[in-house]
Structure formats: structure tokens, C-alpha cells
Design a protein around this ligand. Structure first.
Ligand code: G3H
Length: 540
């Protein structure tokens, strides 16, 4: 099969899509506000799939459905609902016992799992993620919620006691911060947003949940679950254009925490809109262009397979993706040859095709941007090295290995967030170190070498430049119990199952001098269960 036939056949007529993956159009006419599923008669936005269908006028993206195009007015109503539900920390949700909040969350997970197959199908249709990866995203999110519940039990157990120091006795607990605005990216529309929303919610905050730019309908089946599982106003959904609905929320000064996963430019702008910056806590996961460094001492087969997983899983649309590969000159030609052959062998297709590795892209302007990057590199002396590399047809782009890339090219500096693998040839190990020193971001690096002394000499400079150094493996966020953060413009705050609970809460303590009268007083409060805070109850 020649290259073009191999790619041109990936889009098929609708009746050739296996029945189990076909999806009737979904027209969402509701949103969640203050514990009610509110009917929406106003304007709607259309959701177009990256999956195209051939027709008389050529390939056309398939319509997945529509969702409410709500305005700043509905956004402000959601803010009012979240504020009322929080009620300065005295609302039903923030003042509920940890044990009861856990029960609500367990009920939510139970209801969420019932929607598993529909949500996985919507992820495939809305963002083009393969069946295997969409399934993993759903299951990983459920695991994350369950792990969060366990971590909160541990946290609560640690807090169920008094501490005595220097004649003072105190009990310390972690309490919510207020209203959390949670915004996530399109590449993990379920998982990434839930890794902030769930810990923020279970700690007792109330939530404004802005849907990502793609992967919106995948949340539709969960509206009822949110409504049923949590008290009114604890979770409120926001649709519509971010640039219109978010500024009035931030300018109100009533958002206590901004949880945002996206670009540092947008995050900077959002923070500046808040009139009382000191009151705003920000948990951010932002820009990254993680480098791989393949030295003369690397196992090239390991390096190739990890660099492919790192740079091309979900077509390179991961914040943690390897977006620039440095390879030392002694192995550069062999590495590029092996890498190019392996990339060309990746299976293109639709999200539900068996063993598919390359799928269509959801962002309508991404193919043109990638073309521009490849042309810029070609004009400055680099080439596409792999067969079929850079082939484009509407939403489909076959990955391109571009070599040799240098610092005069866009691909050296810009976060391509797509299926282009730029490879830089280097002589001295100082070169990739200097790249990281000069970079405005600092998330992760992957080092490929089997020489212990060489690896050690790279670990030490890089741990000060990025927040995770991977040895002979791709960059990634997981396992989710590990800290996920970044230096410079890559992040603010730390997320992990354990850290997120701390990021979305603040410690408060009740303290008294150790006197007989105070001991008697505190004992009586605890014995009679008169306070939710001051308590030694233990969650089993
Ligand atoms: O897009 C960024 C995600 O947090 C990456 O997660 O490394 O597990 O794919 P991952």
C-alpha cells in the first residue's frame, strides 16, 4: 500500500463505523446551577469531531452535538450559588464532617461509573483519543478519586488528636479556602480537570467548573451525578467563551482559588484580573517543552521506544510530552534512522480502530500551525526524515521526525503540542543543559544513557532546572501519587493525590493554655461531640 492510500483510507463512511462506536447527536440543553439542572433555551455552540466523514464535497468533520453558549450573566449566577453554598465556611458542604463528605464522593464515583461507556465514547468522538487511551483516562480518574478518598482518611486521622507544646495545647485541621474556579485542558478533559476539582471539592470548597474547549459533552452524563451526590451549589458548571465569562468572575474578587491547566500567558492574564491578588491562591500547570537527551552511551532501542511513547502518545498532545530530542553526534544518525522507521510504522486510524496509534486532531487550526513549523525548519536546513511524515488531510496529520533542528527554528522554542518530533544533534553535553537554562519553562527531562557517571553528572544540574528527571524513560505525570509540578513558567503549586488535598486547603488550629480549667473545657466539648472541628473521632 503506498503512503497516501494508507492515510487516505482512514476516514470512512458513517455506516462503516462499527455500530458499538456510533453515536447519535447529543444536544445538551441543560447546565448545573445551584443544585438544579437548569434548562437552556438560548444560543448553543456546536461540537465538531476530529473524525471526518467523506461526502460529496470531500471530508467533513462530523457533528457530535451542541451545548449551551451561556453568558457572563449565568457565570455570575454560578458564582453567587457557589458563594452562598460556601457561606463563609458555614455552608452545608464546607461544614459537613469529613466522613459525610467522603460518603458523598463515594456516591458520586458510583454514579460516574454507570456512565463509563458513554463517556469513553464521547472522549473518542470529541477529542479523537484512542479507545485504549480514552478507557485509561476514565479508569485512571476513578482510581484518582478513590485514592483521594483514602488520602483524606489518612489526613483526617492525623488531625484527630491534640498536640501539646510549650504549655499550649492545640488541635490542627485542614479546612477549605472558599470558591474554587477550576479550568482544565482539552487533552485530558476528564482527568486533568478532576485532579483539581475532586480534591478541591472533597476538602469542602465550592466549585465553579469551566468546561474545557474540547471534551465538553463528555461531562454531560455527569451533571445528574454531581446534582445527586452533592449539596446544592457545591458544584456549578460554566459554559460559553472563556474570554467573556471568566473576566467578570475574576474581577469580582470573590474567587479564592484559581485551578488552571493551560498556557502561562492565559494564567498570568487571569491572575491580574483579580483585584485582591493576595487573597487568590493559584494552582497552575502550564507551559512545557520537555527535552529528551540521548547520549552516545544510550541503549538506542530503549531510547527510540520511550521517545516515541513520550513524543507521540495521543499525537503529542500532552503537557508532559517530549517536545525536543537532543541526540549526541556519535549515535545521532543511527538514532534518527531507527526513530524514523519506528514512527513510520505507527498505525494511523480512527480512535476505535484496533491498535491505532495516530488519530485525527481536535484543534481545527493545529494542522496549519504544524505545517508552518515544519516549513520554517525546512527553510533553515532541516528535513522530514520519515516516510509519510507531515502528511496532512483536514484533521489528520501523520507524525514528522524533523532533523537536524537548531535554535534558529520555531521547533526549537515553541511548544508544538502535536505530532512533530524535532531532533537536535549535539556535540557537548553542555548544549542541552544550556537549552534548559535558557528555557522559560522547567517541567521534566528524560536522560538516555547507561553510563552511571554520565547520568549522575546530568542529574545534578537538571534537578535544579526542572522538577522531574526521568532516567531511560519518557516524561510523564504518573503515577499519580508522585508530585507533579514544574519550575519557572511551567507550574505553580504541586499536585499529587497527597499534595492536592493540601493545595486546596489551609490549616486552622484551636489552641489553649494547658490549665486544669481549659483541659476540663476541651474534654467536655470533645466528649459531648459539641464541635465538628474539635473532635477526636477516627474514620475507619
Ligand atoms: O497533559 C498533561 C498530563 O498531565 C499528562 O499526563 O503524563 O500521564 O500523560 P500523562
Amino acid at each position: 500500500m503506498d503512503t497516501n492510500t494508507r492515510f487516505e483510507n482512514i476516514f470512512v463512511a458513517e455506516n462503516q463505523i462499527p455500530e458499538e462506536f456510533q453515536l447519535p447527536e447529543l444536544h445538551q440543553k441543560e447546565y448545573l446551577l445551584n443544585g438544579e439542572i437548569v434548562h437552556w433555551d438560548g444560543p448553543v455552540n456546536e461540537v465538531w469531531s476530529p473524525v471526518c466523514i467523506p461526502g460529496p464535497d470531500g471530508l467533513k468533520r462530523k457533528l457530535v452535538g451542541t451545548y449551551p453558549d451561556t453568558s457572563p450573566k449565568e457565570a455570575m449566577q454560578a458564582l453567587d450559588a457557589a458563594l452562598a453554598a460556601y457561606d463563609n465556611g458555614m455552608g452545608e458542604w464546607p461544614s459537613m464532617s469529613v466522613e459525610k463528605r467522603i460518603e458523598c464522593m463515594q456516591n458520586f464515583v458510583y454514579l460516574m461509573i454507570k456512565q463509563r461507556s458513554l463517556i469513553i465514547k464521547l472522549l473518542m468522538w470529541e477529542i479523537g483519543k484512542s479507545l485504549a487511551d480514552s478507557t485509561k483516562e476514565f479508569d485512571r480518574t476513578v482510581d484518582y478519586i478513590n485514592a483521594t478518598i483514602d488520602a483524606l482518611k489518612d489526613l483526617d486521622r492525623e488531625s484527630s488528636r491534640f498536640q501539646e507544646a510549650e504549655g499550649t495545647i492545640a488541635q490542627t485541621r485542614r479546612l477549605p479556602l472558599g470558591v474554587v474556579l477550576s479550568m482544565g485542558p482539552f487533552n485530558y478533559p476528564l482527568n486533568e480537570i478532576f485532579t483539581t476539582l475532586i480534591p478541591a471539592l472533597i476538602m469542602g470548597n465550592t466549585i465553579l467548573f469551566k468546561l474545557p474547549k474540547h471534551g465538553i459533552l463528555a461531562h454531560y452524563p455527569l451533571l445528574e451525578a454531581f446534582k445527586e451526590a452533592f449539596p446544592k451549589g457545591a458544584v456549578n458548571t460554566l459554559y460559553g467563551k472563556g474570554s467573556e465569562i471568566i473576566p467578570p468572575l475574576m474581577e469580582s474578587g470573590k474567587i479564592n482559588v484559581l485551578a488552571f491547566i493551560g498556557s502561562s500567558k492565559v494564567a498570568n492574564g487571569l491572575k491580574k484580573q483579580h483585584p485582591k491578588v493576595n487573597r487568590l491562591r493559584a494552582i497552575l500547570s502550564l507551559d512545557a517543552k520537555n527535552a529528551a537527551i540521548v547520549t552516545n552511551n544510550a541503549d538506542l532501542d530503549v531510547a527510540v521506544s520511550e521517545c516515541i511513547a513520550g513524543s507521540l502518545s495521543f499525537n503529542g498532545q500532552r503537557c508532559t510530552a517530549l517536545k525536543l530530542i537532543f541526540v549526541q553526534e556519535g549515535v545521532a544518525d543511527e538514532f534518527v534512522k531507527k526513530l524514523s522507521e519506528a514512527v513510520s510504522a505507527l498505525k494511523p486510524g480512527l480512535p476505535w480502530d484496533k491498535d491505532v496509534k495516530v488519530t485525527p486532531l481536535p484543534e481545527a487550526d493545529k494542522p496549519a500551525y504544524l505545517k508552518e513549523c515544519i516549513e520554517d525548519a525546512a527553510a533553515k536546513g532541516a528535513k522530514v526524515m520519515n516516510e509519510g511524515g507531515g502528511y496532512m488531510n483536514v484533521s489528520f496529520v501523520f507524525p514528522a521526525v524533523v532533523y537536524p533542528v537548531d535554535d534558529s527554528m520555531k521547533l526549537y522554542h515553541e511548544e508544538q503540542f502535536g505530532p512533530v518530533v524535532p531532533v537536535v544533534r549535539f556535540k557537548s553535553i553542555e548544549e542541552p543543559i544550556q537549552y534548559q537554562v535558557d528555557a522559560s519553562h522547567g517541567m521534566q527531562v528524560s536522560i538516555f544513557s547507561n553510563d552511571a557517571a554520565e547520568v549522575a553528572s546530568l542529574i545534578d544540574p537538571f534537578v535544579g532546572l526542572v522538577s522531574r528527571v526521568n532516567i531511560n524513560c519518557q516524561a510523564q505525570r504518573g503515577p499519580d501519587v508522585f508530585p507533579f509540578t514544574g519550575r519557572k513558567d511551567s507550574a505553580e503549586g504541586t499536585l499529587s493525590v497527597f499534595d492536592a488535598l493540601r493545595s486546596f486547603s489551609i490549616r486552622s488550629l484551636v489552641a489553649a493554655k494547658v490549665t486544669d480549667a481549659n483541659k476540663e473545657l476541651l474534654n467536655k466539648i470533645v466528649r459531648d461531640h459539641e464541635s465538628g472541628f474539635l473532635s477526636t473521632d477516627y474514620i475507619f
